[in-house]
Write a protein that binds this ligand. Structure first.
Ligand SMILES: Cc1cc2nc3c(=O)[nH]c(=O)nc-3n(C[C@H](O)[C@H](O)[C@H](O)COP(=O)(O)OP(=O)(O)OC[C@H]3O[C@@H](n4cnc5c(N)ncnc54)[C@H](O)[C@@H]3O)c2cc1C
Length: 315
């Protein structure tokens, strides 16, 4: 199928950023098409409970994602299901072309909101217990571990920040660090060392997590001797937070944007990139906090910037 329309705007990605961009674009009166390859709502649909989105308490991720999509749809937003495999920009025509499994699409502006996926630690049982003892987001899930033992895998800046954050809730926090040192800024390391609730186990990895419905045992490996030992816990008494980075889904526009060393996309405050008419929003962007609310805020700004670029909005 070839979509012969040249849309004012194509929004690539139907997560919190993309759907908010769809809401703002539709309300600005521009012709916008949002393309999503999987579930509209994005990665938040994979979590059972979201308890930090203002005004909506204790909602499941799937419900929140549906609310975002319904909101956009009720305003008249247009959607397409497709997995986009290439994005190009014709400088002479100032047109973006997107190719997917289902067809090709063209637009005058593009909001790229393809998200980021948390990097996995790679231990056995990680997928099985995801959301039931394994978390990738301290800000999201920290509170659920109040009074419990918490392990954090990682020794970088985020892991240090998350250790300090989680120490407010957990009975104790143990950082599991593969190397013999933390790779973080000195202020972060100082905060970890000064915090009585935090212990650091260097040269250690987690290799296995086992249990029935909830995990009850962790296998640790000594990275020098290679020896393993198992520690057991009551079900529901502990959690493992994986903090080994994110993989921004920036590959499709890699040649059209500036990338930071971790592969996330650099934008200015209006979400603009070095390509005229290309805006980026959400987790795919370089940012200090990857959350629904920050993704939504980016989406709102990106769509508004697109409307301004098209001359459809005067503010
Ligand atoms: C387990 C978990 C729990 C979380 N809990 C919370 C929480 O409680 N509170 C909170 O605020 N945040 C939470 N977060 C973080 C939050 O989900 C993200 O910050 C937010 O969803 C980012 O939105 P986004 O739109 O930038 O990206 P995403 O939600 O990742 O959306 C990007 C979308 O783009 C689509 N896409 C990518 N590439 C293509 C392509 N080539 N073609 C078509 N479509 C494509 C993807 O399928 C995806 O749907 C959690 C994250 C996880 C993983």
């Amino acid at each position: 199928m070839t979509d012969t329309t040249t849309h004012d705007l194509i929004i690539l990605g139907g997560g919190a950023a993309g759907l908010t961009a769809a809401i703002y674009a539709t309300r600005a009166g521009i012709d916008a098409l949002t393309i999503e390859q999987g579930a509209f709502g994005g990665q938040i649909t994979t979590t059972d409970e979201v308890d930090n989105y203002p005004g909506i308490e204790g909602v499941s991720g799937a419900e929140l994602g549906t609310k975002f999509q319904d909101h956009a749809e009720n305003l008249g937003a247009k959607f397409a299901y497709d997995a986009i495999s290439s994005v190009s920009f014709d400088e002479k025509e100032s047109r973006f072309s997107l190719v997917g499994d289902e067809g090709t699409y063209q637009s005058k502006t593009l909001v790229y909101a393809a998200g980021a996926t948390p990097r996995k630690a790679g231990f056995e049982g990680e997928d099985l217990f995801r959301g039931r003892g394994v978390s990738y987001c301290a800000t999201c899930d920290g509170m659920f571990y109040t009074g419990k033992h918490v392990f954090i895998i990682g020794g970088g800046n985020s892991a240090c920040e998350e250790a300090v954050f989680l120490s407010r809730f957990a009975s104790d926090v143990t950082m599991i660090v593969r190397k013999d040192h933390l790779r973080a800024m000195s202020s972060g390391i100082r905060q970890v060392k000064q915090n009585e609730k935090i212990t650091v186990r260097y040269l250690t990895s987690i290799t296995r997590l086992e249990g029935e419905t909830l995990p009850t045992s962790i296998t640790f490996r000594d990275n020098v001797s290679g020896e393993e030992h198992v520690e057991t816990f009551d079900p529901g008494s502990f959690g493992i937070f994986v903090s080994v980075g994110h993989v921004p889904q920036s590959g499709l526009v890699r040649d059209l944007v500036e990338l930071s060393p971790d592969g996330s996309i650099v934008t200015d405050d209006s979400m603009a990139t070095k390509t005229p008419g290309l805006f980026c929003a959400g987790d795919v962007r370089t940012k200090p906090l990857r959350q629904v609310i920050t993704a939504a805020a980016d989406g709102a700004i990106a769509a508004t910037s697109s409307a301004l670029f098209l001359g459809e909005l005067i503010i």
